[in-house]
Design a protein around this ligand. Structure first.
Ligand SMILES: *Cc1c(COP(=O)(O)O)cnc(C)c1O
Length: 360
C-alpha cells in the first residue's frame, strides 16, 4: 500500500495525478516544443484557470518560475531599488529578508513576537521602504496571518508595493488581489503535484517598477526578469524551455479544483483542520503549537510533541503515514501536518486513529 504523505511539500499527490501523467504521455506532452501551438494552449489554459480559481484579476500577469525561493529573489531584484520591508514571523519570512540582503539591498524588518503584534494597523513601515513582504502562512510554525490584516497594510500604505508568500496556503487562502501587487506559490504544496515549479502573480504596478529600475541602470536579472517574462507571457510562452509537464499538470489540477469549487474545498479544509485541532486540544500530552485560534493555520498544522517527534514519526511511518518533523530548531519538539485539498477526511481519520492507538 502507498504511504499517506502529510508532509508539507512534496505531499500527498492529487488523486488524478497518474491519469494526467498517462494522458500527457499519450498526447506527446513530454516531447512537444515549448514554442508549439499545443504548448501555447496549455500555457494559456494554466494561466486563465488559475485566475478563475483564485480570483486573480484578468489584468494581472502570471509567470512560471522554478521555485518560490526564486520568486522571492525575482521580486526583490525587480521591484526594489534600495529598501524592502519584511514582516517576520518564522523561517520563511526570514528567508525572504535574507534574500534581500544577498541581492545587496538594504531591507528593514519587523519581527512579530506577541499575539498583539499581529494587529497590522500598528505596524510602522519606514517611509523609505518600497516593498512590503508578508508570509501569509508560515510553514515553519503553523502561524497564519488573517488576509484582512494585509488589506489594512495596503490601506495604510497605498503607495508601497506588497508581495505575499501564499506558498503553503494556496489555493485555499482568501486573498483580495486588488489589495496586493504580487503573490507566489509552489505546486508541490496545496496543488499536490511533484515539486519543481512556482507561479508568481504580479500586477502592472510591479511590472512598471521593474521598467523604472532597468531604465536607471539597476540589475533586474537576465532571462527571468519581469520584463522578459511579461514579454513571453504575452505570447503564451516562457523565456527558457520550461517544465512543460508541470505547467500541463497545473492546468489539469486547477481545472479539477474549479469543477469541485473553491468554496467546497475551503469547507472541507476547515472541517479537517477542525478535527485535527480539536483532537490535539484534548490530547493529554501533545498540543497545537499555536494557542491563539485566530492565528492557527488551516493548511499547515504544527503540534508540540514535547521532544518526541522522532519516535512519533517512526511509529506513524510503520503504519504508512508520513508526517513532517519540526522546522529547524524545533525539529525534535514539533511535528507538522499538512491539510491540503488532496488530503481526504479518511486520511485524517487514519492519522488520528493511529495517534489513539499510540502507547505513551
Ligand atoms: C515551501 C515554502 C517556500 C519555498 O518553496 P520552494 O518551492 O521550495 O522554493 C517558501 N515559503 C513558504 C511559506 C513555504 O512553505
Amino acid at each position: 500500500m502507498k504511504n499517506i504523505y502529510f508532509t508539507i511539500g512534496p505531499t500527498v499527490n492529487h488523486p488524478n495525478l497518474l491519469e494526467y501523467l498517462n494522458a500527457a504521455s499519450k498526447n506527446d506532452i513530454f516531447s512537444i516544443s515549448h514554442r508549439s501551438s499545443t504548448f501555447l494552449g496549455i500555457y494559456k489554459s494554466a494561466v486563465s484557470q488559475l485566475k478563475k480559481l483564485m480570483g486573480i484579476p484578468k489584468s494581472y500577469h502570471v509567470f512560471f518560475l522554478s521555485s518560490s525561493l526564486e520568486a522571492m529573489e525575482r521580486i526583490i531584484e525587480n521591484t526594489v531599488f534600495r529598501h524592502s520591508f519584511h514582516i517576520i514571523n518564522g523561517t520563511f519570512s526570514k528567508k525572504f529578508y535574507e534574500i534581500a540582503l544577498l541581492t545587496k539591498k538594504y531591507p528593514f524588518k519587523k519581527e512579530l513576537k506577541t499575539d498583539s503584534d499581529y494587529d497590522f494597523s500598528k505596524i510602522q513601515v519606514p517611509e523609505k521602504a518600497e516593498l512590503i513582504c508578508i508570509t501569509q502562512n508560515e510553514t515553519s510554525n503553523g502561524i497564519a496571518i488573517n488576509p484582512l490584516q494585509i488589506n489594512i497594510i495596503k490601506d495604510l500604505y497605498p503607495d508601497k508595493l506588497i508581495a505575499v508568500d501564499i506558498v503553503s496556503s494556496a489555493p485555499n487562502v482568501r486573498i483580495d488581489f486588488e489589495k496586493i501587487d504580487m503573490a507566489f506559490f509552489s505546486v508541490q504544496k496545496g496543488f499536490g503535484l511533484p515539486a519543481g515549479q512556482a507561479a508568481l502573480v504580479i500586477n502592472e504596478k510591479a511590472l512598471s517598477k521593474a521598467r523604472v529600475l532597468q531604465k536607471n541602470g539597476e540589475r533586474i536579472g537576465s532571462y527571468h526578469n519581469f520584463l522578459s517574462l511579461a514579454e513571453k507571457e504575452s505570447i503564451n510562452q516562457t523565456p527558457e524551455t520550461p517544465n512543460v509537464l508541470s505547467i500541463y499538470l497545473l492546468s489539469k489540477v486547477t481545472g479539477e479544483f474549479i469543477k469541485k469549487g473553491l468554496k467546497n474545498i475551503r469547507r472541507e479544509t476547515d472541517r479537517k483542520a477542525g478535527m485535527i485541532y480539536d483532537y490535539f486540544d484534548l490530547h493529554k500530552k501533545f498540543k497545537p503549537y499555536v494557542n491563539n485560534m485566530a492565528l492557527r493555520s488551516k493548511t499547515t498544522i504544527v503540534i508540540d510533541v514535547r521532544g518526541q517527534s522522532k519516535k512519533i514519526i517512526r511509529y506513524l511511518k510503520d503504519k504508512g503515514i508520513i508526517v513532517g518533523a519540526g522546522y529547524g530548531e524545533n525539529k525534535a519538539n514539533h511535528i507538522r501536518i499538512a491539510n491540503f485539498p488532496s488530503h481526504t477526511l479518511s486520511h485524517v481519520k487514519k492519522l488520528l486513529s493511529a495517534f489513539d492507538k499510540m502507547k505513551s
